[in-house]
Design a protein around this ligand. Structure first.
Ligand code: AMP
Length: 189
């Protein structure tokens, strides 16, 4: 199974992705985590990405698509399946991902969309204490989400069934609903 998890920053994609990957035995692929480990190791990509991330902007499509193509080519991805957390974030990334899925014969694609009120999201992001969670950066990330990532959701809704979930309330309850949906029970939050 190939799962794509969509939603604004701070909606709980990371938390839910980890639980889903544990319960379904999928590989958890967070592009934010991949970039943060590049920043930590001070690799050339990390140094380039750090400034962009701290401003709440997006790393280029070319770099991100390259990372994803390379990561998804591992045998493990075919064997176990995976959950993509934080990718695609632009329409170009979504279109590139369609091509990658076709070329790797990934055809059991399920798309999860998590929603929450903006004030809840801002409060959560401000409470995390990450380097890119200052008020200015948070506002920028939400603006970037609306401008660049909402079109991804619109694109997917035309192409695939997209399961919508409300990401407010108990983490375990939200997770149980998502797992049920992924196992084939069409439930709506
Ligand atoms: P996240 O942990 O998913 O909130 O990502 C943290 C930051 O990493 C984002 O604000 C972007 O600067 C960068 N990033 C993560 N995923 C992507 C992506 N798919 N495209 C571009 N930038 C990304």
């Amino acid at each position: 199974m190939q799962v794509i998890i969509l939603g604004p920053p701070g909606v709980g994609k990371g938390t839910q992705s980890i639980l889903i990957s544990q319960k379904l035995g999928l590989v958890h692929l967070s592009t934010g985590d991949i970039l943060r480990s590049c920043v930590e190791s001070k690799s050339p990509l990390g140094l380039q990405a750090q400034e962009i991330m701290n401003q709440g902007k997006l790393v280029s499509d070319e770099i991100m698509v390259g990372i994803i193509r390379e990561t998804l080519s591992a045998e493990e991805m075919k064997d176990k399946g995976f959950i993509l957390d934080g990718f695609p974030r632009t329409l170009n990334q979504a279109i590139a991902l369609d091509e990658i899925f076709t070329s790797f014969h990934f055809s059991d694609v399920k798309i999860i969309n998590i929603i929450a009120d903006e004030d809840v999201i801002i409060k959560r992001l401000m409470g995390r204490g990450r380097a890119d969670d200052t008020l200015e950066t948070v506002k920028n990330r939400l603006r970037v989400y609306k401008e660049q990532t909402i079109p991804v959701k619109v694109y997917y809704k035309k192409e695939y069934p997209v399961f919508d979930f409300i990401g407010m309330g108990e983490i375990d309850e939200i997770n149980a609903r998502i797992i049920d949906a992924l196992k084939g029970i069409r439930e709506r939050a």
